[in-house]
Design a protein around this ligand. Structure first.
Ligand code: NAD
Ligand code: UDP
Length: 331
């Protein structure tokens, strides 16, 4: 298939480009490089031996997107082009609503105009709010605690309404749990600007000495050891989930959790990292981070049954691959 990957230079998008190319698909990437670098495209080529067509374009620029769609006959679109920092979304709500919602509207409109039948959207487990674990696709969504989460709820809603009247389109709303790790080559991974917000990139920076110690946000949750529990999955497994969705979805909207189904606490992840890499990670317990929930993990039976996808890589691989990538970074 000929696939447009919006946000394909980013962390999950770049790994998905690799998975698509390795599965024999043709890939075009549109990315404004707001949170990524052009060099990523070279890394994708080094890994796969194949090039992607690249457009440095903002997805909210409808006229520029018209030109791209008119030049290709895409079979499908994957939409990763979002802003994703939860804290920043509280400080910059208009930018988040505009970027994340308008990009969805523009891409859906292009799919309608150019008869592109497959649409895969990057949603998030954050849409479940503080529901009871494990989170199941059929659960009513509870309110999210920040504008970022709301943009995911809104985009899902837009695509559901779109599918109601455009019933030849096949739409997958993929609710990611916590992707971590990196490509095993060490050529692709997650390198956030500034001080990382997320746990794994913070841990790898502590391991490298870029941060003095990890701050563990709260040890008084009702969890196995009091620290927050999440469903960490390897970014390459997540990438392969997109290929499975593109191949398998039929007309209508399909919602899938992409996770492992296993919860891991902060301290369990620290221990896994230490064991996998033979490195001690200094940490201190500090207060809870506002907006955090105690536990978040997926029920993954629907995606296994309908798409035949399950996460294969374990925590050891996630920790080793994340650390290998961090070590290759220059600073
Ligand atoms: P990322 O920031 O690494 O990648 C997003 C890419 O989209 C970047 O390359 C950025 O430059 C680009 N982009 C953003 N807005 C754009 C626009 N208007 N036009 C063109 N390009 C644009 O983020 P990621 O971690 O790869 O996440 C990809 C998607 O998955 C996002 O929508 C994110 O909200 C969602 N998601 C991520 C996680 C996670 O933990 N990383 C979890 C759940 C959902
Ligand atoms: N966390 C932490 N210290 C950090 C970053 C995160 O203790 O520096 C905890 C956080 O409270 C949560 C878990 O690690 O319980 C995962 O956080 P992350 O930001 O990676 O993902 P999210 O909370 O968005 O699921």
């Amino acid at each position: 298939m000929n696939i447009l990957v919006a946000g394909g230079a980013g962390y999950i998008g770049s790994h998905t480009c690799v998975a698509l190319l390795e599965a024999g698909h043709t890939v075009s990437v549109v990315d404004n490089l707001l949170n990524s670098k052009i060099e990523i495209l070279e890394q994708i080529k080094k890994i796969t031996g194949k090039a992607v067509v690249f457009y440095q374009v903002d997805v909210t620029n409808e006229a520029a997107m018209e030109t791209i769609f008119s030049e290709h006959m895409f079979d499908g679109v994957i939409h990763f082009a979002g802003l994703k920092a939860v804290g920043e979304s509280v400080a910059k709500p208009l930018e988040y609503y505009y970027n994340n919602v308008v990009s969805t509207l523009v891409l859906a409109k292009m799919c309608r105009s150019y008869g592109v039948k497959r649409f895969v959207f990057s949603s998030s487990a954050t849409v479940y709010g503080d529901n009871k674990v494990p989170f199941i696709e059929s659960m009513p969504l509870l309110s999210t605690t920040n504008p970022y989460g709301e943009t995911k709820v809104m985009s899902e809603r837009i695509l559901m309404d779109f599918a109601q009247v455009n019933n030849h389109h096949s739409i997958a709303l993929l609710r990611y749990f916590n992707p971590i790790g990196a490509h095993e080559s060490g050529l692709l991974g997650e390198s956030p600007n500034g001080v990382p917000n997320n746990l794994m990139p913070y841990m790898t920076q502590v391991a490298k000495g870029k941060q003095a110690k990890l701050r563990v946000f709260g040890n008084d949750y009702e969890t196995i050891d009091g620290t927050g529990v999440r469903d960490y999955l390897h970014v390459c497994d997540l990438a392969e989930g997109h290929v499975a969705a593109l191949n398998k979805i039929t007309a209508g909207v399909h919602i899938y959790n992409l996770g492992t189904g296993c919860g891991t606490s902060v301290l369990q992840l620290v221990e896994a990292f230490e064991q996998a890499n033979g490195i001690k990670l200094p940490y201190e317990i500090v207060g809870r981070r506002p907006g955090d929930i105690a536990e978040c993990f997926a029920d993954v039976s629907k995606v296994a049954q309908e798409l035949g996808w399950t996460a294969k890589r374990d925590l050891v691989a996630m920790c080793k691959d994340a650390w290998r990538f961090e070590q290759r970074l220059l600073s």
